[in-house]
Design a protein around this ligand. Sequence first.
Ligand SMILES: Nc1ncnc2c1ncn2[C@@H]1O[C@H](COP(=O)(O)OP(=O)(O)OP(=O)(O)O)[C@@H](O)[C@H]1O
Ligand SMILES: [Mg+2]
Length: 284
Amino acid sequence: MREDLKIRLERFREQNAVDEAVRGRIVRPAVEFIGDEILEQAVSALLQGENLLLCGGKATGKNILADNLAWLFGRPVYNVSFHVNTDSSTLIGTDTFVGGEVRLRRGPVAQTALYGGFCILDEINMAKNDAVAVMHSALDYRRLIDVPGYECIPLHPAARFIATMNYGYAGTRELNEALASRFSVIRMPTLRPEQLRRLLKMDVPQAAEEHIERCVGLFLDLNEKAVNGEVSTRSVDLRGMISALRLMTDGMAPGDAVAVSVTNKCFDEYEYQLVQDVVMTRFA
Ligand SMILES: Nc1ncnc2c1ncn2[C@@H]1O[C@H](COP(=O)(O)OP(=O)(O)OP(=O)(O)O)[C@@H](O)[C@H]1O
Ligand SMILES: [Mg+2]
């Protein structure tokens, strides 16, 4: 990462102490995010006070990027997984009785506001419009949560929202314009071969070089076929490729490892055959 960004990150961490009560939410991510250009864009935007929307297909590293960002900024993490039933109380909280008094039991968004958290709004496009409408004032210049029936909660200066959005396959929805306009948007790129090699090596350190090469080759072949529209993106799955490599490193026959982790996920018979043909060129 660029030196100036490192210095500004350090200053950010110094200026924004974290409450003892939520230190446990500052977690080192399982793996390092690969992709310096994207990381730098994200850090710059967040330093400017922007909220981020990470867009990309499955297993393009959206969550791993979000986790790495929270770690770099030294902030506690709050996760919300959106689904069609997510409503404002899931986000902000519910009223409870404590000693005869009504108190707000804070949801992840309210806690983010209070403690200066990094709130990960996962698969935000799956939410219904009225659920995310309560987020509008938190996401724009007002920086507060103001919902009738709740106390008004201003956002801590270090609080940020990082939303993820998956597109390109059945079941995904469009994000409404009002919401999209409140984020800086990052499109997750396809990794270059040398980045894929580094990633696989990092995830499965014991893997044989030869297996890594074959997995990288297969991933790129399938990606190219998907870009050309010959197959869907179903088989282009880095997560599957990592598990295949893990299984073959653990002793499973490479062909079987790729079958259970990649090929068998193509439930359409025609596509299954096409993918199988590509696999055979690498794992005969
Ligand atoms: N750029 C990257 N750097 C490091 N790891 C990556 C990267 N891209 C993908 N991965 C790896 O791929 C797997 C999937 O990553 P992640 O869960 O972040 O993807 P995602 O985009 O959130 O996927 P989904 O849309 O399916 O939720 C993880 O094991 C992660 O380590
Ligand atoms: Mg994800």
